[in-house]
Every structure is written in C-alpha cells, then in structure tokens.
Design a protein around this ligand. Structure first.
Ligand code: PLP
Length: 429
C-alpha cells in the first residue's frame, strides 16, 4: 500500500515542505475545531431548512422545460433558501448567470429613476462599477437616472458614521454593503458589524432598503446578514452556497415585496417568479447547498493554513495568521513577479483538472496590468474551487480562495510552497 508520505512525494512535494506544513498544522488544531463546529451548526440549519420544506425526490428530478410553470424543485428550493437565511422569500435561479448579475438584478429591480444608491463602505467590487455607472457603461443604473454616492471607511477600516449620516438624504432608497473585502486591502466585515451599520442607517431612515453583497461570506459564520436586519442578501452559486456542485446560478434572499420586484425584473413584469425552467440543474443546487457548510469549512482551513505558512516565512498575509475570518479569501504579498508566478503554478499543478497546464501572466479585460490565474476547476471560473490569481504589479500579491475539500486545499498550498522552494524563492527554516 502506498504510504501517505509516499503519495505526497509522488505528487511532487518534497519531504521538507511536507514536514514544515505538518509542524504548523499542529498549532492550528483548536482553530480547525472551531471551524468544524460552525460547519456542524450550519449543516443542521441546511438540513432543517430542507425538512421544513419537505424536499422530496420530485424536487430533484422534475425536469421543467419551456415556460417552467409550477416547477416544484425551483419553488421549494427558494423556500429552503428563505428558511436558511430566515427571510420571507428568495429567488434562486440558473437564469441568474453570476454574482454580478444577481447584484445588478437586485439593484435594478428595487431602484427607480430619481432614487439614490449609497455605499457606506467605500468602493464596491470592480464589476459593480459598471453596473452602477461609476465607470460609464451601457445599461448602467446611471443611464436610468439613478444616482450614486459613497462614503469611505475610516483609516482603521471601521465605518465613518458621521459621513454616512450626512450622505443619507430624502432620495436615498437603498444602501449596499459589501461583506467581503474582495480584492481590496480593507478588512472583511463580520456579520455583527454589518448589523450595527444597518441599525444605524435604519435609525436615520427606517424605510431605506439595506442590501448586502454576501459573496464569499455564506456559512463562514453561524449567522448571515439577514439575521441582523439586512432586507436583501445576494450571492453567487459558483461560490460558497453552490457547494461546488451548482454549475451556474445566483440567489437573492430577503423581504417578500423586494424579492417579487427581483422576479419581475429577472423575467418580465406580470410574469415574475412564475416562469423560468430549471432545466435539470435542481439536484446540483440542492446537493451543493447540502454540502456547502463542509466545503466552506475546508476552504477556511486552507486559507488559515496558507496564512500561517507564508506569514512564518516572512510574507505579509491578509488576513493575518490569527485574525478571525469572515470570508474565504486569503491574500499573500509575495513581493516579486517570480513569487506570484511560482505560487500560481503550484496551485495549478495540484488541480484535479488541467493540472498539466502551465499558467502564464496575460492581459485581461478590466485589469490595468497582466494577470496570472490558476484554476483547475470542474466549473469554469468557480472560485469555491481551489483557485488563485495575481495581478503582475506591486505589491505582487496573490489572492487565493476555495478548495472543495480540506485535503485538496492542503495539497494546493503545499504545492505552491514546493514551487517557491524549487525556484529558489524561499528557504525553509
Ligand atoms: C465574486 C464577487 C462578485 C461578483 O461575482 P461574479 O460571479 O464574479 O460576477 C461581487 N462581489 C463580491 C464581493 C465578489 O466576491
């Protein structure tokens, strides 16, 4: 029988790299146990949601085509999401093509000409700039006469309550709060912090709609933004809640009237949520949701393992090795183009799919420098699967996330280190 250490060696991990990893892992036992407890809690939350809605075999295999009237799989799944997020309703559809689409849909559906949108947490995710019209773009909210304002975070990354109070006016209809730092350097907000901000905003203007971009945050904690006052929470099914199985899709959970608006915007006025065939993807949506708490736990362990490895080797890591986690993204500042390339090639070499491909830095639309991306994923672009990308510019940071299982995340991180060692970029202590 092949020994575990032989497998690592055969896959290309030298014994010094393996041993360095094992030493660090010894120190992470308590944190990993806490992650497993959160996953256990969220597992029960998901199972209870499915039981309350009496999910049955018909939900999984009902093959709706055409208009998709009365699709029990789709309608029940939306009820399950509402149970899990403790909301009045949800829209969970393969017709929502990605996270940006889900956010764009929630905004477009609930804003009208003359309304103002406020981001009280600084600049939103890059793709939202064109949705809102911060960067002029065809079809943006700006083109429909919806204005936008933004307040910056304080230097320590907390909310500037005075500025937020001043920014809220009689036209402020909706505020959008991005939970994850995404690819910025600010901290990711905890659900509790988000709740404090929402409470503050609602004291000033009780009828303002509070929306949270929940991408990368689902199931990281035992509560979600909808548990602390958010009227809408929005995310992508090829990130956390799809559990790696959903091949496409997005979700919006929240207040019933706001979700209905989203339905009318997604399909058509008058039709709303009544149409939209699910085309056989329902089993993957249910089963992915069922697995999501465990998958997120594996990703979190990977992120913490990477933070500890690279911090010990002297690199700046965000979040640092000890901070509490509110999303699954890990940034590592490698400080050189060679470092970014070696790291990403290591991640790629550990993939189950396309492991033999050698990623190269490349010009990408929307980026102002070349970018190198590593992904050997079952679902294109899925970032709940182990993936990394790095813009080829100072501070030469890689953003690393995902891992469908802890075992694979661990292999990927060890392989990134193996490539760094192989290229003479780090020396192990
Ligand atoms: C990924 C992400 C988005 C956009 O999702 P896509 O599926 O890439 O369109 C928006 N906001 C945040 C914080 C994200 O992480």
């Amino acid at each position: 029988m092949t020994k575990l250490t032989d497998y690592y060696r055969e896959l290309g991990i030298r014994s010094e790299v393996y041993r360095f990893g094992e030493e660090l892992l010894g120190e992470l036992k308590e944190r990993f146990e806490a992650i497993d407890r959160t996953a256990e809690y969220n597992q029960l939350k998901v199972v209870q949601g499915m039981q309350k809605s009496q999910v049955n075999e018909n939900c999984l295999h009902y093959y709706a085509s055409g208009y998709g009237y009365n699709d029990p799989g789709r309608d029940t799944l939306e009820e399950v999401y509402a149970h899990i997020f403790h909301t009045e309703g949800a829209l969970v559809r393969p017709q929502i093509t990605c996270g940006t689409h889900a956010l764009s849909l929630a905004l477009g559906a609930n804003l009208r000409p003359g309304d103002e949108l406020l981001s009280p947490v600084g600049k939103p995710y890059d793709t939202l700039e064109e949705v809102i019209g911060i960067r002029p773009s065809r079809g943006s909210l700006a083109e429909y006469g919806i204005t936008y304002s933004q307040t910056e975070l304080l230097p320590d990354g907390t909310f500037d309550y005075d500025a937020v109070e001043k920014a809220i006016n009689e036209r402020t209809k909706l505020i959008t709060i991005q939970r994850s730092k995404g690819y910025l350097t600010r901290p990711t907000f905890s659900v509790k912090q988000i709740g404090e901000l929402i409470a503050f905003v609602k004291r000033i203007k009780p009828d303002v709609i509070c929306m949270v971009d929940n991408c990368y945050g689902e199931f990281v904690e035992t509560i979600e933004p909808s548990d602390v006052g958010a009227d809408l929470v929005v995310g992508s099914l090829i990130k956390n809640p799809g559990g790696g199985l959903a091949p496409i899709g997005g979700y919006i959970a929240g207040r019933k009237d706001l979700i209905e608006e989203c339905g009318y915007r997604l399909t058509s006025p008058g039709l709303g949520k009544e149409v939209g065939a699910s085309l056989g993807v329902m089993q993957s949506f249910y089963q992915g949701l069922f697995l999501a708490p465990t998958v997120v736990a594996g990703s979190l362990k990977g992120a913490i393992f990477a933070a500890n490895i690279y911090e010990r080797l002297g690199y700046k890591v965000v979040p640092n090795s000890r901070e509490s986690r509110h999303d699954i993204i890990q940034a590592v500042e490698l400080g050189s183009p060679e470092g970014v390339i070696a790291f990403c090639r290591g991640i790629q070499a550990a993939a189950p799919v396309d492991s033999y491909v050698v990623p190269e830095p490349w010009a990408m639309p929307g980026y102002d420098s070349d970018v190198i991306m590593a992904a050997g994923a079952f679902v294109q672009g899925s970032s709940i699967e182990l993936s990394a990308d790095g813009p080829m510019k100072p501070p030469y940071a890689v953003y690393f996330q995902g891992g469908l299982t802890w075992g694979h995340a661990k292999l990927g991180i060890l392989m990134s280190l193996e490539y760094m060692v192989r290229d003479g970029l780090v020396r192990l202590p």
